[in-house]
Design a binder for this molecule. Structure first.
Ligand SMILES: C[S@@+](CC[C@H](N)C(=O)[O-])C[C@H]1O[C@@H](n2cnc3c(N)ncnc32)[C@H](O)[C@@H]1O
Length: 225
């Protein structure tokens, strides 16, 4: 499981180049992945949404723009990342550890976490904490990397472990942070394993949808009513 001190420090070091580096390394696909999640959420018309591990706020900003009637709260334990979210126009930001959220039970219609859960020290504890702050019947949406199946898996792994850290090193000067990325994706539960984990943590109707050949997946679970 990832070490929280290393993770916070790594994101503080790459915060200034994080958004640009994401767009370059994914060839812009990360913008589309967040739009897919946002369009799903927009249909639910949430009144209050919490974006956990919001970082520079890319997903939260997309939702804030698409759902003007929704109060969007963004939290992250890395102040350097969250400062970019505020500077880019995110109205409500809270510095907080996802394992100990400073919110009362049942206050949010939707909780989102994009590319964040994978970096947390205890996945079940984080998922239970996200469920705690959801209203009964509220939904959790997770967007994160997964490993594609079939023919794409080999070339993708080569890109992930050999090409991406080198390119990210040039862009950020922090190659080690991106060597960590490949390892974190390899050990992160995906597909049915993630759905099982969600159900173990008390969510129901867990589902998983792969995007871009399975390079990323969107997971959804509902807090029982
Ligand atoms: C890869 S970034 C994702 C940022 C953003 N959600 C996005 O889609 O670009 C991961 C973020 O998770 C945050 N993070 C990791 N573990 C955390 C924890 N335990 N509590 C709060 N934030 C955490 C990091 O600080 C970092 O900003």
């Amino acid at each position: 499981m990832p070490d929280a001190v290393y993770v916070r420090d790594a994101f503080a070091r790459i915060a200034d180049r994080y958004v640009l580096t994401n767009h370059v390394l994914s060839c812009g696909a990360d913008i589309w992945w967040r739009k897919v999640v946002t369009s799903r959420i927009k249909r639910w018309k949430p009144a209050r949404l919490l974006d956990v591990a919001s970082g520079t706020g890319d997903l939260a900003l997309e939702i804030q723009d698409a759902c003007p009637e929704c109060e969007v709260v963004a939290s992250d334990f890395c102040a350097e990342m969250l400062r970019h979210a505020s500077d880019r126009g995110l109205r409500e930001t809270v510095i907080a550890d996802a394992l100990n959220l400073p919110f009362p039970d049942g206050g949010f219609d939707v909780v989102t976490v994009a590319f964040g859960l994978r970096n947390m020290a205890d996945y079940p504890a984080a998922l239970r904490e996200m469920r705690r702050v959801l209203k009964p019947g509220g939904r959790l949406v997770i967007l994160d990397f997964s490993l594609p199946a079939g023919l794409l898996r080999g070339p993708y792994r080569f890109y992930l472990h050999k090409v991406l850290p080198r390119m990210a090193g040039w862009l950020t000067g922090q190659r080690d942070a991106y060597e960590y990325l490949g390892g974190s994706i390899e050990q992160f539960p995906s597909g049915t394993k993630m759905c099982e984990l969600l159900e173990t943590c008390g969510f129901e109707s867990a589902r998983s949808d792969g995007l871009t050949g399975g390079v990323v997946s969107v997971y959804e679970g509902t807090n029982p009513a």
